[in-house]
Design a binder for this molecule. Sequence first.
Ligand code: GLC
Length: 459
Amino acid sequence: MDTDPKFIEAAKTVLANNDRGQWTIPAHGLYPHQWLWDSCFIAIGLRHYNPQRAATELKSLFRGQWRNGMLPHIVINPNARHWADESFWKSQDADGAPAGQPTSGMTQPPMVAIAALAVAQKLPQAEAQVFLKSLYPKILAYHNWIYQERVPSNAGLAVLIHPWETGLDNSPGWQKLIKKFSPLWVTTFLSLGLSKLVERFRRDTKEVPSSQRLTYEEAVKLLALSFYARRRHYDSKKIIRQSRFTVESLIFNCILIAANRALGQIAQIISEDIPAGLSLGFGQTVSGLESLWDVQDMQYHPRAYKSQKLLGASITTFLPLYAGSISRERAAQLVSLLKDSKQYWPDFPVPSVSIASSDFDEDRYWKGPAWINMNWLIVQGLLNYGYDKEARDLYSRSRAMVGKSGFHEYFSAFSGEGYGSNDFSWSAALFLDLALDGRLSGGSESAAEPMVNEQTNNT
Ligand code: GLC
């Protein structure tokens, strides 16, 4: 347990400054709305000292829930001046968007059941029951939407329609796929070399150096893909049928497996049953994940849905540890890859892309820098499989990183230098959660009990 009060207070101050009453912005400047997985990570940190406020953080996400159950990745703050506002998303033109609350039209990794369970553990018992009872039907509707609209086959894997849905906007895994998505106007636009013009309107590259953000071509492609979805009124089934960009995302499906388990636990606590059809789907996702393993390089990969070709691996290769559903043997293979100092274990791990890869770019967003949310997910994954020593090591290096540079959005994996926004909410919140986790202190507060049972998982 980290007891340095100065450091703990500094993290709380970041969250307090980003607090907007019922919800929290990811950071000043670049991110003035409420983001889905950001708020889940924020609640996981907040619960340690204000579980009621953490509960409110999660409840406020459901202001944006669509009638079909979708939780959008952005709940828009109409008072903020930002390019991704109401007029960009036009959610009101789509069927089923909530009346009077503009939102985006796509989702993000489904951390919400996990965060709700974590928050409930810190609430007084009676309050926890009320909280979980009020959220359960809404989270159930969300998971139901995922299985109805995004899991198109018995292969059991959720399909995403935009890189924003993965949470790792420009991870190199799907760059090849996105290259194929080239409507005429995009090709013309790119060939005219209008980059200077676009750069003038980009706000992100005014806030932070452009080398740390998406390239111009990536930015244009992401915008084009979201217009594509908007024109189809965010109709998932139609988009999955028609679009060239459809991905069985590794991170989304790993988090989905963990979230399905959390939802099952919530159901148990409030004496409900997950509907049988949905439980069946949950099981299929667990088996589906195994089809993303590549026997050649002994790693998990995302996969292009239509061609069924595995895509390039990145940091998400470690997320099956977080899913907790893989065998001990595969977990051991992943841990040895993680600890390879020539790939994923420089001084300030974990780089979002292997440092040995030609795609690695030290300061560019999801193409190289280390992120606290990824480290948090991997720490939980290591603990799941009993790799306590490695988990503690990763925590102490993450602590060194924020100690050196503050609660930045992302960091150089070589020097720990901070990049992107400073005072980034999830960096503060997840640092707090790690710092207050007795399993990481090396002490005896709660000797890590591996979640994974040797007998049942040694497949
Ligand atoms: C960026 C990140 C995404 C995050 C959002 C708000 O788009 O890639 O994961 O949710 O910013 O912080």
